[in-house]
Design a protein around this ligand. Structure first.
Ligand SMILES: Nc1ncnc2c1ncn2[C@@H]1O[C@H](COP(=O)(O)OP(=O)(O)OP(=O)(O)O)[C@@H](O)[C@H]1O
Length: 615
């Protein structure tokens, strides 16, 4: 899979895809857009009427010195009313398009977030949290600017420009052609602008997401960071990235400042000069060196049109810088959307008892580098199986495959005799629960943390908490089940968080329960509670527990010892302990040594995390 492109401007193909994304997001609003366009055309027509009425005033009243008050008032009133209606129509359309913009962005944002939630776990091995957040929030925000500003201003300006050119053509098509030269000149300027600014725009967006990533990383690892005295270095690194961001923004603004407005203002002056010179030539050629009354009116109309033509052109080009940013942002969003989602399961099978079979399972994260080698394992329904082994022996990998986080070779993993992939996602997730090493708690109440969005009754939640031995401590919280637990469960001890996580896993009445080092960080007292829970569940649901802390799985029906991705030993605790010089025996002895040393130090075993494993 291609890495997320961070520091380069999008290629032509990506640009087209980005524009398609923007159009698709606005597609449901097409009738509204069409209506808005129609009203804008009307506004442009009314706007173009102003100079025509001015010309009529010059031609009919000013030059012939005809002071027909009623007719003059009519022209003046007409110009005022036309201008007022045009402004009013514009305002209405701005609101309408702003609505389209907001809704389109809402759609994109929801789509991106929904997509991220469905991405396979393998994607998150290489994704950087802050960058991802930046894509879902900042980049979609930049897309919003596109809709709110660019869509309205561009549409309005293009329509206005068209109206002006048509009216000018009606007045004097040759002069209109001269003025129309402005269009290619502006296109040229915009092209140069894009060439110069695109790398800076891409770099500044990428650096912005780097900044986010650094903040997210620092906050997540604050304790480690401060304990290591790394704060100044992190601040320095942040300042470096920030300075880079400033430089690329400045480059972008410079291109903007030098090219867009000044170049266009210059064009405006040149065009005025050209039209006036042309009229001068005509006057020279005319009898008496004088412009006719009609030509003075046309000159007036053209001079006012040039000013008005240049304004929408300037607006259009100014929007190009926004468009540039939005396209870069949309391209980044698109890259994320292009990441393949985990393939949907065929949803043909059902989990009934929860028996697991592993057959000739070979798996590696990188091709040619297997981590698991031809594993064979039968776990009957209701059986409690412990998996142990040294760091890197493949325990978590086996669990990830059984959880369908990664795709195993078809047919190598079965549940109740059916390939894992045959069970529909919802059924599978309902039947299989995980208690991870680090409990993930939401900044919500104990009840909400156990329910995790599932429509569970209070009785079900309480029953799960009782099964997980969490009920008693939850009742001791100030508001019982309704106590807010703080971000990441900050109000709870690590062991308590884990009990909530176990309650959450049990609340869905799973057929299979996986525990991935669930007791690694908890105190001995809480570990005993977990052991009691597992003991009570034995026979009711299938339990597969990875544990570094061997006491957790001592009572398991079977313990599987992995070594370098192969099953080295298997059997109940006593049988494995009887294997002289066996791996399991060594692991137990090693751990007893650690416990004994702890006892010698008189350090309570309670809140100490186990010394291994580095994950
Ligand atoms: N997402 C990943 N991408 C690439 N390699 C990985 C990934 N996860 C694990 N590995 C590699 O696979 C091997 C087995 O790792 P795994 O995490 O399954 O071992 P483990 O027995 O669970 O170890 P621990 O006890 O430390 O958790 C290791 O060599 C590890 O470096």
């Amino acid at each position: 899979m291609a890495p997320l492109p961070e520091h380069r401007p999008p290629a032509q193909r990506e640009r087209r895809a980005a524009l398609a994304l923007l159009l698709r997001a606005a597609a449901p609003e097409l009738p509204l857009l069409r209506g808005a366009l129609l009203w804008l055309v009307l506004a442009a027509g009314l706007e173009a009427l102003g100079p025509v009425l001015g010309k009529a005033f010059i031609d009919r009243h000013l030059l012939p010195r005809d002071a027909d008050a009623l007719a003059i008032a009519g022209l003046l009133g007409g110009a005022l009313v036309a201008g007022w209606i045009a402004s009013w129509l514009r305002y209405g359309q701005l609101l309408r398009l702003a609505g389209v913009a907001m809704r389109s962005v809402q759609r994109i944002r929801e789509r991106v977030y929904g997509h991220v939630l469905r991405l396979p776990m393998a994607f998150f091995d290489r994704a950087i949290t802050g960058q991802l957040v930046s894509r879902v929030t900042n980049d979609t925000e930049a897309v919003k600017t596109l809709y709110v500003q660019v869509l309205f201003v561009m549409l309005d300006s293009v329509v206005t420009l068209g109206g002006m050119l048509v009216t000018m053509a009606l007045l004097d098509w040759r002069l209109m052609l001269v003025v129309a030269l402005l269009v290619p000149a502006v296109v040229g300027i915009v092209w140069i602008y894009q060439r110069l600014s695109a790398p800076a725009v891409a770099a500044s967006r990428a650096l912005r997401s780097d900044l986010n990533a650094q903040v997210a990383e620092a906050i997540a690892g604050m304790a480690t960071l401060q304990a290591a005295g790394a704060a100044p270095r992190f601040a320095e690194r942040y300042a470096g990235t920030n300075a880079g961001h400033y430089r690329s923004r400045r480059l972008e603004l410079r291109a903007n400042a030098w090219l867009l407005r000044p170049a266009l203002d210059l064009l405006n002056v040149a065009m005025l000069g050209a039209v006036i010179a042309l009229f001068g030539l005509r006057a020279d050629g005319a009898a008496g060196g004088q412009l006719s009354a009609v030509e003075v009116g046309v000159l007036y109309a053209f001079v006012s049109y040039i000013a008005r033509v240049v304004e929408p052109l300037i607006q259009i080009t100014m929007q190009f810088s926004q468009l540039q940013q939005a396209v870069v942002a949309a391209a980044r969003v698109n890259t994320l959307l292009d990441e393949a989602e985990a393939p949907p399961a065929q949803a043909a099978g059902q989990v009934t008892a929860g028996a697991l079979s592993v057959r000739q399972l070979t798996f590696g994260y990188q091709p040619g580098r297997p981590v698991l080698h031809g594993l064979d394992l039968e776990i009957p329904a209701g059986r409690f199986t412990g998996i142990v082994g040294a760091t890197g022996s493949g325990k978590s990998t086996l669990l990830s495959l059984l959880l369908r986080f990664y795709e195993a070779t078809p047919g190598s993993l079965l549940i109740d005799g059916q390939p894992l992939g045959r069970i529909g996602d919802d059924d599978f997730r309902a039947a299989v629960a995980l208690v991870p090493q680090d409990p993930f708690l939401l900044a919500a109440s104990a009840r909400e943390n156990i329910a995790m969005g599932r429509p569970l009754s209070d009785a079900q939640i309480e029953a799960a908490a009782r099964d997980a031995q969490a009920h008693d401590f939850i009742l001791r919280l100030p508001q019982g089940y309704d106590t807010p637990l703080g971000e990441g469960g900050a109000r709870l001890a690590v062991g308590e968080k884990q009990l909530i996580a176990i309650a959450r896993a049990l609340a869905g009445a799973p057929r299979v329960l996986f525990l991935d080092e669930a007791t690694a960080h908890i105190d001995s007292e809480t570990e005993r509670l977990v052991q009691r829970t597992l003991g009570a569940l034995r026979g009711r649901i299938t339990i597969v527990a990875i544990a570094h802390r061997l006491s957790t799985i001592r009572e398991a029906d079977e313990i599987v010892v992995l070594n370098h991705g192969r099953i080295a030993e298997r059997g109940p605790h006593e049988a494995l302990m009887a294997l002289d010089g066996g791996l399991y025996q060594r692991l137990v002895q090693l751990q007893q040594l650690v416990v004994d040393t702890d006892d010698d130090d008189e350090s309570p075993a309670a809140p100490q995390p186990t010394p291994s494993p580095a994950r």
